[in-house]
Design a protein around this ligand. Structure first.
Ligand SMILES: [Fe+2]
Ligand SMILES: [Fe+2]
Length: 501
């Protein structure tokens, strides 16, 4: 029922207005002076204001000026009522922002016609304002969702939670947003989970709905999503079994905007006004953005895992004739990641090193099995060939931008910090950090395993050889920072070796 504020210092005039308005199903809120009128506008929901001009205290012109100048009063239409409508007063009325004028004595038909027209204008204004508000919200939401998008950590439930907080009514919000939002998701086992959000004076309450809603009604049973809106007085809403179902779940319903596909459902309820196709479009667009990002994130993760799988398959291919088999390459990747993290390299690089370190010996694919598996000491020629696995590896890996870490590792993992390594005899920081890290990791794993010329050493012996040297391996072979990092975290190396990592 539209609520009309009638402001007049003369009680009889208010009774007169009541007599005209009440039979037409308008609610009348009386005020006997300007200050009381402003207070009622501030504290109650008012759709239109009928304003007497001549009043003690602040007059009608001033009340109207204040209504029109303050943002919190919204856009309440004002009709001025007075006997004094000479030209000068009309101009003052227009200047103070009044929409319309009626002369005393009030003609009932004229008053009703003007009230009806201004209520319609107000409704259109409100709709426009709300559309504008929604578009502003949508663009903020769009920016947020894209700027924070990380496929590796994208969490759909979290995203839905943030959507709900965007669309549901909040204290700062204009009150025409939905008061309740219900979310349903179908899980892999065919069960469904339901969460209800209620906007309260203080906060937004989130609660799980224990009894499941009827799934046949709640989700779309074909590929086309359901995007609908209902208002209390629509025959569609009164006839809807889905609305009945919501009411059965103790969810009050005055209007609904709903998006449902075959596994996800978002129902926004009880907007502080009638809902329109515009609300359905807004909801649809918000949900579609999130669903799009969910599918994009899944595809990116899938491609990423296929990429890792391919890197590992290539690494495995190179192991075929090597003495290091089994999980050597995986372990080396893990040791390297431990050292890289301890050295505070960026997370993304740590992850890349873990995967791409597995390719360090891919060049051995070009080395004769007779050399790789020779139990005796290699001749000078054989040793020269063996050293070439670094260069072969770099060639196999090539120059793709996603593979630069693997390339650096392949070419430099046998360089030593003191310049005594191969293939180029680089020293110190000439050797890429990835190569310096891998050199130590590879040594650790080689020492822990038996070779034709040596037994397998335990963790303590291996640490001693790396940190203090044994004549063959020397501490100066290693980057002092990498060595210090190893000293800090050597226990984790033992865990990796024992398969506990
Ligand atoms: Fe190697
Ligand atoms: Fe290796």
């Amino acid at each position: 029922m539209p609520r009309i504020l009638c402001v007049d210092d003369e009680p009889l005039n208010i009774s007169l207005l009541q007599a005209i308005l009440l039979p037409r199903r308008y609610e009348v809120i009386p005020a006997s002076n300007g200050l009381e009128a402003l207070e009622k506008i501030r504290t109650e929901h008012i759709d239109i204001c009928l304003l007497d001009v001549m009043m003690p205290g602040i007059d009608g012109f001033e009340v109207c000026r204040r209504i029109k100048s303050e943002e919190e009063f919204g856009n309440i239409p004002v009709i001025m009522i007075t006997a004094l409508f000479d030209k000068e007063n009309r101009i003052r009325g227009i200047e103070s922002g009044a929409e319309d004028f009626i002369s005393k004595p009030v003609d009932a038909a004229e008053l009703l016609a003007r009230v009806k027209m201004l209520l319609h204008v107000k409704e259109l204004n409100d709709r426009l304002k709300s559309a504008y508000h929604n578009i502003a919200k949508l663009s903020v939401f769009g920016e947020q969702i894209i700027s924070n998008f990380d496929p590796a950590t994208f969490d759909f439930s979290e995203k839905i939670d943030s959507i709900v907080h965007q669309i549901i009514r909040s204290k700062l919000d204009i009150s025409d947003s939905p008061q309740i939002v219900v979310i349903g998701m179908l899980d892999q086992t065919g069960g469904s989970q339901w969460v209800r959000y209620d906007s309260t004076d203080k906060d937004i309450d989130r609660s799980t709905i224990r009894t499941n809603l009827n799934q046949k009604l709640a989700f779309s049973d074909n590929n086309a999503p359901i995007v609908v809106f209902y208002n209390e007085d629509d025959p569609d809403m009164t006839a809807s079994t889905f609305v009945e179902e919501l009411k059965n779940q103790q969810i009050p319903v005055t209007n609904i905007v709903r998006y449902s596909n075959d596994s996800f459902s978002l129902i926004a309820l009880n907007y502080g006004r009638k809902v329109t196709t515009h609300d359905a479009t807004v909801l649809n667009s918000v949900v579609m953005q999130s669903l799009f990002l969910r599918s994009l994130a899944a595809q990116i993760r899938d491609t990423e895992s296929a990429f890792e799988y391919t890197v590992l398959a290539l690494a495995r291919a190179s192991e075929a004739n090597d003495e290091d088999t089994g999980d050597h390459i995986l372990r080396v990747g893990n040791y390297c990641a431990l050292l890289a993290r301890q050295l505070k390299l960026p997370d993304e690089l740590v992850k890349t090193i873990r995967i791409q370190a597995t390719l360090h010996d891919v060049g051995k694919i070009h080395i004769s099995p007779a050399i790789l598996k020779k139990p005796d000491k290699l001749t000078d020629d054989e040793w020269r060939e063996m050293k070439l696995h670094t260069i072969h590896g770099s060639k196999i890996i090539g120059e793709h931008s996603r593979m630069t870490t693997a390339d650096r590792i392949a070419i430099s993992h046998h360089e030593r910090y003191d310049g005594s390594g191969y293939p180029y005899g680089l020293s110190g920081e000439q050797i890429p950090i990835e190569g310096r890290i891998l050199n130590l990791a590879d040594q650790y794993d080689a020492l822990r395993n038996a070779r034709c010329y040596k037994p397998a050493f335990d963790h303590e012996t291996t640490c001693r050889i790396i940190l203090e040297g044994d004549g063959r391996t020397l501490p100066q072979h290693f980057d002092p920072e990498v060595l210090a990092a190893f000293k800090e975290i050597h226990r984790s190396f033992a865990d990796v070796f024992e398969g506990q990592f």
